[in-house]
Design a protein around this ligand. Structure first.
Ligand code: FES
Length: 91
């Protein structure tokens, strides 16, 4: 249960891309930031890419160890928009 929560954690709030999507893209061969941007749309949102601070360590950790880090770098830039509301909370 907890593991699923971690996997569904939103990494890119601009484009609503979760951790599971990023990890799958990396496992499927995205070995550069540009490839992750193209495959997932994470990192190319209107905030200018504040989530790249999370993406880069994920990618580097995977390329070095074949696994993903337990925790992501916190986004303290204040640039990313607040998390999107669930469909139940929208109009
Ligand atoms: S949070 Fe990913 S581009 Fe803005």
């Amino acid at each position: 249960m907890k593991k699923n929560k971690v996997r569904s954690e939103i990494v890119c709030r601009c484009n609503n891309v979760n951790r599971e999507t990023i990890e799958k893209a990396i496992r499927d061969g995205c070995d550069t930031m540009n490839k992750i941007f193209d495959a997932t749309t994470a990192g190319v949102g209107p905030c200018g890419g504040s989530c790249r601070r999370k993406l880069q360590p994920m990618l580097e950790h995977y390329l070095a160890t074949g696994t993903f880090p337990e925790k992501l770098v916190a986004d303290n830039t204040g640039k990313a928009p607040p998390p999107k509301k669930s469909p139940d909370e929208t109009e």
